[in-house]
Design a protein around this ligand. Structure first.
Ligand SMILES: [Zn+2]
Length: 222
């Protein structure tokens, strides 16, 4: 597994501080379980966070201070971490799912009964008992399918389990995580050759611009 897309700084710091909504923290932890690059950044953020907490002088976290923190985080992890090249066989695809998700599903990925929400698009909601904090679901999109351009009303993280898709941010394959800012529009196109299965967590439901609202809203519960 060659990981090309990682968590952004704000997500790393929020995760280290225990401040992420449960569904997003779940997807982040799945990525961290096989991404030494991001795990080292979390450890660094935890270390910097605890150093700040232990500082007896009053600390105000101004925007400039946060920027310095991110720069320090990036500089220190870049110099210390070299992610090993990992390979992930097909049978291991679901091993990157968090144990809680596998338990909630109750069946292997190959036996999931997908709810068809649009042509070529299936969804499986995952109930972790934390619905008030956001949604967690699997999506399966058929090879070659083009999704409508859409934005997101809140934070959303997407972890690719199998297959791949491409949008303006690049190509996302197994292990890659798309960590989208609020209001960042994109139009994913699933690459030809294999269906793409992703684990998605959103703080608030995605707001699709085109035809998907009518199709997604009853399912996601907008
Ligand atoms: Zn990473």
């Amino acid at each position: 597994m060659n990981i090309h897309h990682h968590l952004d700084d704000a997500t790393i710091v929020a995760y280290a501080a225990g401040a992420l909504p449960a569904p997003i923290a779940m997807v982040v932890s799945a990525h961290l379980s096989f991404c030494p690059h991001c795990l080292a950044r979390v450890r660094k953020a935890e270390a910097i966070g605890s150093a700040v907490m232990e500082d007896e002088a009053p600390v105000s976290l101004s925007a400039g201070c946060m920027n310095n923190l991110f720069e320090r985080l990036e500089a220190e992890t870049r110099s210390e971490v070299t992610a090993p090249a990992l390979t992930l066989s097909e049978t291991q695809e679901e091993s990157i799912l968090p144990p809680q998700v596998r338990k909630a599903l109750g069946v292997p990925l190959s036996e999931i009964k997908w709810k068809r929400i649009a042509k070529g698009v299936g969804m499986k909601m995952i109930d972790l008992g934390a619905e008030d904090e956001g949604k967690l679901y699997l999506m399966k999109i058929e090879a070659g399918r083009v999704l409508p351009e859409h934005g997101h009303g809140g934070s959303e993280v997407t972890l690719v389990l199998s297959g791949s898709y491409t949008d303006k941010f690049g190509q996302f394959g197994p292990g890659d995580i798309a960590d989208l800012d609020d209001h960042e529009d994109h139009q994913p196109i699933v690459d030809k050759g294999a269906d793409c299965i992703c684990l998605v967590a959103s703080e608030t439901p995605a707001k699709f611009k085109d035809f998907l609202p009518r199709l997604f809203q009853p399912v996601i519960g907008i």
